[in-house]
Design a protein around this ligand. Structure first.
Ligand SMILES: Nc1ncnc2c1ncn2[C@@H]1O[C@H](COP(=O)(O)OP(=O)(O)O)[C@@H](O)[C@H]1O
Ligand SMILES: [Mg+2]
Length: 232
């Protein structure tokens, strides 16, 4: 599904150049659950933005489902994103003062899904993350952090994307709530077959994935199957 060859990214701000990624090479197969782990500033978000078609690399080749994405226009990139990719962020990024259901339905509006189908799809996504039905009409800013993140995951899944990125999804949650969120990701991977790429700086969180890629100073320093997938 994902094939990266020698991906690099240099940010230029005036005279200042930052090499955020230098020569990342790896691939991810359909249905994998991969963690990309590294300390703050190691290039994780830069890599996610490139893999998620939110930004382009300065060098190297990125093939998504066999297709070189470097020559696509902004519109074409946006279309691929809408059809194939879901994102979950550390800060949830929900619309405040807007109901849970409305937040989850919104990507379907952009995706051109007919109004009559939206409700059922949003309800399915909320059930998939075990979000309690009695709170579907609550406003997003009335929820706890763990509930917000589950709504954000439902929103990321509502278009049934084959590929889901989560950038530090437990970063704003306490440990216990973080565990629940990680279990939700694992279940979605196991039961629904979504390919999941999880970005984290925490080894304890990476342990929920089946494979751990470690990145440091913009370089992949290890890429190994996780032989002790966390089950609690
Ligand atoms: N838009 C940007 N402009 C300039 N430098 C950036 C930009 N985004 C990230 N960087 C730099 O690139 C490096 C990697 O950043 P990032 O990918 O955000 O790392 P991480 O997500 O692992 O914390 C850091 O040195 C960061 O300061
Ligand atoms: Mg980051």
């Amino acid at each position: 599904m994902i094939e990266c060859r020698n991906i690099s990214k240099i940010y230029c701000n005036g005279d200042n150049e930052t090499a955020a990624l230098s020569g990342a090479t790896f691939s991810v197969r359909d249905g994998e659950f991969v963690a990309i782990m590294g300390p703050s500033g190691s290039g994780k978000s830069t890599l996610m933005n490139i893999l998620g078609l939110l930004d382009l690399p300065t060098g190297g080749t990125y093939l998504l489902d066999g297709k070189d994405v470097s020559h696509l226009s902004e519109d074409e990139l946006a279309n691929v994103r809408i059809q194939k990719i879901g994102f979950v962020f550390q800060s949830f990024n929900l619309l405040p003062r807007t109901s849970v259901l409305r937040n989850v339905t919104l990507p379907l509006v952009y995706g051109g899904v007919p109004r009559s189908d939206r409700q059922a799809k949003a309800e399915d996504a909320l059930r998939a993350v075990e979000f309690p039905e009695e709170r579907w009409e609550h406003l997003s800013n009335q929820l706890s952090g763990g509930q917000m993140q589950r709504v954000a995951i439902a929103r990321a899944l509502v278009n049934n994307p084959s590929l889901v990125f989560a950038d530090e999804p437990t970063g704003n949650l306490d440990t216990k709530t973080g565990v629940l969120v990680m279990k939700a990701f694992r279940r979605l991977n196991r039961e629904k077959g979504h390919t999941i790429i999880l970005i984290t700086h925490e080894a304890e969180i990476a342990r929920y994935a089946d494979r751990i890629i470690t990145i440091r100073d913009g370089e992949i320093v290890s890429d190994m199957p996780n032989r002790e997938v966390r089950n609690d």
